[in-house]
Every structure is written in C-alpha cells, then in structure tokens.
Design a protein around this ligand. Structure first.
Ligand SMILES: *[C@@H]1O[C@H](CO)[C@@H](O)[C@H](O)[C@H]1NC(C)=O
Ligand SMILES: *[C@@H]1O[C@H](CO)[C@@H](O)[C@H](O)[C@H]1NC(C)=O
Ligand SMILES: *[C@@H]1O[C@H](CO)[C@@H](O)[C@H](O)[C@H]1NC(C)=O
Ligand SMILES: *[C@@H]1O[C@H](CO)[C@@H](O)[C@H](O)[C@H]1NC(C)=O
Ligand SMILES: *[C@@H]1O[C@H](CO)[C@@H](O)[C@H](O)[C@H]1NC(C)=O
Ligand SMILES: *[C@@H]1O[C@H](CO)[C@@H](O)[C@H](O)[C@H]1NC(C)=O
Length: 502
C-alpha cells in the first residue's frame, strides 16, 4: 500500500512539477499510409522533441522492434475485429504471449509496453451494438492474461469516443454529466473492471468535429482556447472551450457512478490541416498551441484539477485512411506525410521552441506528373481525375482545401501527380490516355503543394492494416483500418446550437 502510494506520488510529481510537461505528452502513431518513414528516423524525431509516449492502434511489430531499448512508453492496441477472439481466454493469453511478453516489456532492452487498448471507440453509435457485449470480456481476459504473465503493471483499457456520455437536456451542463442511457448497462461493469485493475479511463475528445458537424452554427471560439465568451455556465464555473466542458462531463459521469477517483487519459486530441474549410495550418496552430498552453499549466478543470495526460492525434498525415468521416481525415498529422512540421507548435505550450521534423528523409526522384497544357477536353480530364482520385489521395483538392481553387487543368495535374507518386513514379502511371506528361518542374502554387513521395523502405513491410499501396481498397469497418472512425463529439454543443437557433 505504502509503496503503491509512493509510486502514485512520484508519477504525479513527474508530470506536474518538472514543468517539462512534454514528458507527459503522448502521440498517436498511425500507419495507414501508402509510404512510410523508417521507424528509426521517426524515433529520433520523437527524441529530438522530448516525446516519451506513443500509442498505436494495433501491434505494429516492425515499428515495435525498432523501438526496443528506446525507453519510450508504448501503448499497443487490439483492433475491434479481434474483440470477439479476446473473449476466449486462451486466445487472450496467446495474444499477450506473442504481442506483449515477447517484446520484453520489463527489460531495458525491450519495448516498454505500458498499456493495451482494447478496441478503438467500440461504442461508437455508427457501430450500433456490434461490440457492445464483446468489449468487457476482451478487457477482462487481456488484463487477466497480463496479470498471470506477471505483467499486471501493464493496464488494459478501452479508448472510448467522446459521446458515450452527455447531460440531461433539462440540465445540460458538465456537472450533470452521465453515461448515455443506451450504453449505461454496458459501461458500468467496464468501470468496475477498470477500477479493479487500477486502469485509467481513456477518451477521445474532438472540438474540431463539433465545429465541422455544427455546419456554421457552432460558436467557433468555443472550439478554441482564446475566446472571450464563456457560453457554458455551470453554477460558479464558466467554460470557454468545449474540450474542458467535455472532460468535466465525463468526470461528473464517473463520479455519478461512484468512480470519481478514476484517472482519465485523453487518448486522442488534435486538429486537421486540410480537406475542409476549417482545417488549415493556422486553425490547427490556434487549437494546438492554445490547448498545450492550458494542459501545460497543469491547472486542469473545475472537476479535474491537476495535469491530464493527453495523446495527440496524430503524428503524421496518413493518405490511406478512410474518408468516411470527411476529407480532413487524412490530414490530422502534426507533421506532414514526410515528417515535416506544418506550423509552429510548441509542445510545452510556451510558443517558444517548436516541433522538429524527421531528418534525412529519402524521397523518390524529383519528378511530377501533370496534365499537358494544351488539353481542353473537360470530359476526358474529369474522367481521368476520377480514375486517379479513386486510387490515390485527392483530399487536398476538394473545395475549401489547400488545392481547392485550382483551375481544371491544374486540378487534373494534382490528381495525376498524386496517383503517379502513390504508384512510385512508374512511367506507365503518367499517361491517362495521352493527357499527361512527366516534368521535373514543381508546379505547386500558393497553399497548394505538389508532393514527391517517400522512397520505399523495404525494411518496413506493411502492417496488418490494409494500406493505401492498394489505394481505393475499402477499409473494413470496425477494423484498425478505419483507425479513428466517425465520431460525433457533439457533447455540449447541442445546447449551444439550440441557444443560437432560438
Ligand atoms: C498479435 O498481433 C497481430 C497484429 O494485430 C495479430 O495479427 C496476431 O494475431 C496477434 N497474435 C495473437 C496470438 O493474437
Ligand atoms: C517503463 O515506463 C514506466 C512509466 O514511464 C517507468 O516507470 C518504467 O521504469 C519503464 N520501464 C523500463 C524497463 O524502462
Ligand atoms: C448483449 O447482452 C444483453 C444482456 O445479456 C442482451 O440483452 C443483448 O441482447 C446483447 N446484445 C447483443 C447485440 O448481443
Ligand atoms: C478518492 O481519493 C481520495 C483521496 O485519496 C480519498 O479521500 C477518497 O476516499 C477516494 N474516494 C473513493 C470513492 O475512493
Ligand atoms: C484558415 O481557415 C479559416 C477558417 O475557414 C480562415 O478564416 C483562414 O483564412 C484560413 N487561413 C489560411 C491561411 O488559409
Ligand atoms: C507566438 O509568437 C508569435 C511571434 O513571437 C506571435 O506572432 C503569435 O501571436 C504567438 N502565438 C500565440 C498563440 O501566442
């Protein structure tokens, strides 16, 4: 008991007092890209930035191998499509043996696995009740297998979406937070299990999605941290941002069920930079720097004073992600696909030292595929654009995005080049019925960047998730391939919508 208390303290002290809050910042390292950076280069970048925690959506074996001995804290994940399997204790035991124990998590030379995510947002409304009864047994079995392997310090937890709780419409304030009626019966035993194993509650919170789904009715400043209004007033407490109001709604929901002491970790938080009118580098900078300043202050919220551990979403742009949630979905990275900073972002919330990129990145040759200048057949161009864009990432060229205002010919060039790069610049992939040609001249204009893909790194074979090396492949819903799927983070925005409409 005494020892446990001391550990608890020392952890708090580490995260609170050394105002190097960046020690406690984690990042989500997604891998749904057509081309990947070498893990060693990414690892060096994490070290250069003082980032000590990474979270994965699966067991990324080749990356984990590269992280051995790095000292990084690592969270791995069991994808949703394996939750049913984990209901069988023997399979959970096998999983722990093959995917945790084998990485020597307690050795200095091993991979310091500290958490195992059970599913990813399994109670998302879009999944209906697909995982509702599969999640608890998976959680219990994986934790039991960890305990039996003498790895009980590794905690199994569930990364939940931020709309599993809400507040009554008659009293729509954070302090009245409660778990949604339709899933409460499933959540309560999960809370008991997490409490028993002393695991944290993990939740993903996305003010950006509230703004996106609010379609112009959402008070924009409330998505950020520098607004002058406090649209949500809860007794003595004034909330000027959705993130803190949402977190306190969860805190109240936990207290209401008798788990007021359960620690909360924010599993994903971020802002995309392309593919939508509100997704650009200046909006992302405003959100991320504002958020880091709040988080780094360690003050916390009314209901959760003190430091909250957060995992940023995400590390890199991923051109193979499903665009079901929206065209912004491939642009959540704090770094571009090739590991370079998109805007000045200070992980200490001081607006002073900014995130550094990956060094010594290897690219394909400096060659682009563009539409021939004299092509005027709009129908042929449109058909070629659809062909290319069904097979590669064109989300930067939708209206409102960074390449959204190109003319027809340049838009075709954007699509052709994107396809050509995805296909590793193979000559036959720059033809499009004679409409296209290869050039070494970069025709990027303004905010619209034409890119060169990364050189293929044979040492990092693709992981289990279907990658965009087969772009256009439909990701399996509910598998890790959808990564962070559609979520309706509207908690505490509905009242605001209502008050604005009224
Ligand atoms: C270990 O993880 C990988 C990747 O998710 C998975 O394919 C494999 O089945 C897991 N092993 C076991 C025994 O569950
Ligand atoms: C793993 O990480 C935890 C939490 O940061 C730390 O206390 C522990 O010493 C680390 N273990 C190893 C083997 O590095
Ligand atoms: C989940 O379990 C409950 C209680 O046993 C049952 O009523 C419900 O039908 C189950 N739901 C599904 C989708 O299997
Ligand atoms: C929560 O923690 C505080 C301080 O450690 C303690 O006094 C209190 O009894 C705990 N409450 C519950 C419900 O465990
Ligand atoms: C970013 O988006 C906002 C909101 O749409 C817009 O006002 C701003 O001009 C954009 N900034 C840039 C640099 O495009
Ligand atoms: C960060 O500093 C720059 C210049 O030093 C300033 O223009 C900018 O407004 C600052 N941003 C924030 C969020 O304080």
């Amino acid at each position: 008991m005494a020892k446990g208390w001391w550990l608890f303290c020392s952890f708090l002290v580490m995260c609170l007092s050394i105002s190097v809050q960046v020690e406690c910042i984690g990042v989500n390292w997604g891998t749904q890209s057509s081309h990947s950076l070498p893990p060693k280069g990414v690892l060096q970048m994490l070290k250069d930035n003082g980032i000590h925690k990474v979270k994965f959506f699966d067991v990324e074996t080749p990356i984990l191998k590269a992280l051995a001995g790095s000292g990084l804290d690592v969270m791995i994940g069991v994808p949703n499509h394996r939750l049913a399997d984990m209901g069988d204790y023997n399979k959970a035991k096998q999983f722990v043996k093959e995917n945790v124990t084998s990485f020597n998590p307690t050795s200095k030379d091993g991979v310091n696995i500290t958490m195992v995510g059970i599913g990813n947002e399994p109670f998302l409304q879009a999944y209906k009740d697909l995982y509702i009864n599969l999640t608890l047994p998976a959680l219990e079995n994986v934790q039991r297998a960890l305990d039996e392997a003498k790895l009980g310090h590794i905690k199994a937890t569930i990364p939940f979406n931020g709309d599993i709780y809400t507040a009554p419409y008659t009293h729509y304030v954070p302090s009245a937070g409660k778990f949604r009626d339709d899933i409460r019966d499933a959540v309560l035993p999960i809370l008991k299990a997490l409490d028993k194993s002393k695991a944290p509650f993990m939740v993903n919170i996305y003010p950006y999605l509230a703004l996106y789904q609010g379609q112009g009715n959402f008070p924009i400043d409330y998505a950020f941290f520098d607004g002058t209004d406090a649209p949500v007033i809860d007794g003595e407490v004034k909330y000027d941002n959705l993130y803190e109001a949402n977190l306190d709604t969860l805190a109240a929901a936990l207290t209401g069920e008798g788990f007021g002491n359960m620690s909360i970790i924010v599993g994903e938080i971020g802002w995309p930079t392309d593919g939508d009118i509100n997704a650009n580098a200046s909006m992302a900078s405003r959100f991320m720097n504002g958020m880091m300043k709040r988080v780094a202050s360690g003050k916390g919220t009314a209901l959760r004073p003190g430091y909250t551990e957060i995992y940023l979403f995400g590390l890199l742009d991923e051109d193979g992600k499903s665009v079901d949630p929206g065209d912004f979905e491939r642009h959540w990275g704090i770094l571009t696909y090739d590991g370079q900073p998109k805007y000045d972002f200070d992980l200490k919330g001081e607006n002073k030292t900014f995130v550094k990129g990956v060094k010594d990145v290897k690219y394909l040759e400096k060659k682009y595929c563009i539409a021939k200048a004299d092509v005027t057949d709009k129908k042929a161009l449109d058909e070629a654009i659809s062909y290319a864009c069904d097979r590669t990432d064109c989300t930067a060229s939708v209206p409102g995005a960074s390449c959204g205002s190109l003319d027809d010919n340049a838009k075709a060039s954007y699509a052709f080049n994107s396809y050509f790069q995805t296909m590793n610049q193979a000559k036959e992939n720059c033809d499009f019925g004679g409409l296209a040609e290869i050039t070494d001249k970069d025709i990027s204009q303004g905010t619209c960047k034409f890119s060169i893909q990364l050189a293929d790194i044979p040492a990092t074979p693709p992981t289990a998730a279907p990658k965009a090396s087969s772009p256009g492949a439909t990701p399996v819903e509910g598998s890790a391939s959808t990564g962070r799927p559609l979520q309706m983070a509207l908690a505490l925005s509905a009242i605001i919508l209502a008050s604005i409409v009224l």
